[in-house]
Design a protein around this ligand. Sequence first.
Ligand code: GLV
Length: 313
Amino acid sequence: MKRIFVTWPLPEPTQARLASACELVMNVEEELLTRAELLRGAAGAFGLLTTLRDRVDAAVLDATGVRVVANWAVGYDNIDIAAARARKVWVTNTPGVLTETTADLAFGLIFAVARRIAEGDRLVRRAEFRGWHPGLLLGREVHGRTLGIVGLGRIGRAVARRAAGFGMRVIYHGGRPDDVHCQPRSLQDLLAESDFVSLHVPLTTETRNLIGPAEINAMKRGAFLINTARGDVVDQEALVEALERGHLGGAGLDVFPGTPERPDPRLFTLENVVLTPHVGSATRETRLLMAERAADNLIAALSGKAPPDLVWR
Ligand code: GLV
């Protein structure tokens, strides 16, 4: 039987299904593997099931000889796709199943920043709520405002559908619209017109630091930036600086650049910033669907068929 090495504990049903199709070897600890552990575990395996924190580069492919890498995520910037392609190693992701869930979180962040939900929660917990008054924690409207979506792919379109329900005007840069009325804009025009800018692009060499100092300065004064894509799409230094000088109204950030578990600590002191720990797709239902999708891809590859979610062909 071919061996599959899994870098993070899978949900039980997925484990059982995979185990009936291959020799399953799984890291059972909820701990990121070191590179040495990854190399040791994957050596000689047919396939690898990775999370987005496992770095799979040419050296890992060469040292292990794996033929397929199934990422338990829709993004695959942790995998060197050119190296995989050159070695004819299949790489798969989990598109579709996390679209609506991630769009829900993006919208949650829009409301959290505009209506100061986290700030209000902190105030109540500090026992500083002294009763309703007309000027308490005034936020900004969401309905009727302009939402600029950078990257109108699956998730961007799901955000656009939600925005239509809230009576927002939706403009976009990159990608393509479907049934929801959205107008295309250059990036510069989108930034200048939007009250909320929500990022939905994958991390690639083209999108790294796509939102840098010039782009942040091009945003409307008081606008909000929402990032549920990848931290490295935004120049964090420029963002913090714009928040500190009051150019932006706030930010909702689910992802952070560099070492994502250590965001710039200056963000912690800004009341108008809502920070979540990369939980865009984090519901029980969706995480199981994602695991099942990764397993579907591996099961296809194990039987010699092209997996349904190949990221290169
Ligand atoms: C999450 O960020 C994913 O890419 O699935």
